[in-house]
Design a protein around this ligand. Structure first.
Ligand SMILES: C[S@@+](CC[C@H](N)C(=O)[O-])C[C@H]1O[C@@H](n2cnc3c(N)ncnc32)[C@H](O)[C@@H]1O
Length: 284
């Protein structure tokens, strides 16, 4: 993995990159840089100023352990214990799904859409809390409730809220969809599980480290989103917005479901890869 005599920052970066390539790790150089920066307690960019620095035995041992685990498919974010999302650093571990870049696109879009900074927002399936807390940071006067069926996810979300000094801005509640949610909202946003149980065999080793409850929604994959589409009208204020992140191939059926339930201003939006990934609709 990392040979004993090659111990400068540059040597180690090259050896780790090659090892990751051999183990089919995407963005192998970037992964190597992140792990080395983590071990050396540097910013990634600072490694470039220290290419000739020799690593100590203790640093090498720590890095070898992380490189081995990454090579076995453990997600980089779990090894680092954190993830960047919408400009904030969130704790990240096995209690909740690793947040995805598509969801950042959803949050950035919502930030540009929200007109009333005091609006009431509900985040359904909050996971590590990234959506609710990113919106809370941007709109500190908003009233935000975040729900999840998983106590593990909620404990991580609460830790994130405390770390970001947003502990009093978001109320976290355990609920199966909207079952235990009180009140009405201007915006209900949800990134619920949307993988079909039949697609399990197509998932990467990294994705399979996410909690099952964060991934799978049923045989079609769109079951939970459909259920939410049915429940949300009762808790949307007149003209309130439902914003959904959805799975690839689910848009047609879900657009029909929104129309059948009499939502209006229904529209979809692609993610950066060009897939229809987000649906928006107003009710009342
Ligand atoms: C795809 S993850 C998204 C997490 C987070 N919102 C994000 O974007 O990174 C889906 C989340 O929905 C939660 N979930 C699954 N079924 C649920 C249900 N019936 N009611 C509420 N939350 C649920 C899971 O525990 C998980 O945290």
């Amino acid at each position: 993995m990392i040979a004993e005599r090659r111990t400068t920052v540059l040597d180690v970066l090259q050896a780790t990159t090659a090892y990751f390539k051999k183990h089919d790790i995407e963005s192998s150089r970037l992964n190597a840089e992140h792990l080395l920066a983590y071990v050396l307690e540097r910013k990634r960019i600072e490694l470039y100023l220290e290419f000739e620095r020799k690593l100590t035995e203790a640093e090498l041992a720590r890095l070898r352990e992380l490189v081995k685990r990454r090579g076995e498919g453990e997600p980089l974010q779990h090894l680092l214990g954190m993830v960047e999302f919408c400009g904030h650093t969130f704790l990240c571990d096995r209690r909740a799904m690793v947040p995805r870049p598509e969801t950042e696109e959803l949050v950035e879009f919502l930030k540009s859409e929200i007109r009333d900074p005091r609006c009431e927002i509900l985040d359904v399936g909050t996971g590590s809390g990234v959506i609710a807390l990113s919106l809370a940071a941007k709109f500190p006067k908003a009233v935000i409730v975040a729900v999840d069926i998983s106590e593990d996810a909620l404990s991580l979300a609460r830790e994130n809220a405390t770390r970001l000094n947003l502990g009093d801005k978001v109320q976290f509640v355990r609920s199966d969809l909207l079952e235990d949610v009180d009140g009405t909202f201007n915006l209900i946003v949800a990134n619920l599980p949307y993988v079909s149980t039949q697609d399990r065999c197509n998932l990467s080793r990294e994705v399979l480290r996410d909690p099952e409850i964060a991934l799978f929604a049923g045989v079609n994959g769109d079951e939970l989103v459909r259920e939410l589409i049915g429940q949300a009208p009762a808790q949307l204020r007149p003209g309130g917005l439902l914003a959904l992140e959805i799975g690839i191939g689910h848009s047609k059926g879900l657009l029909s479901a929104l129309a059948e339930k009499k939502y209006r201003d229904i529209c979809s939006k692609n993610d950066y890869s060009g897939a229809i990934r987000f649906l928006f609709a107003r009710y009342g």
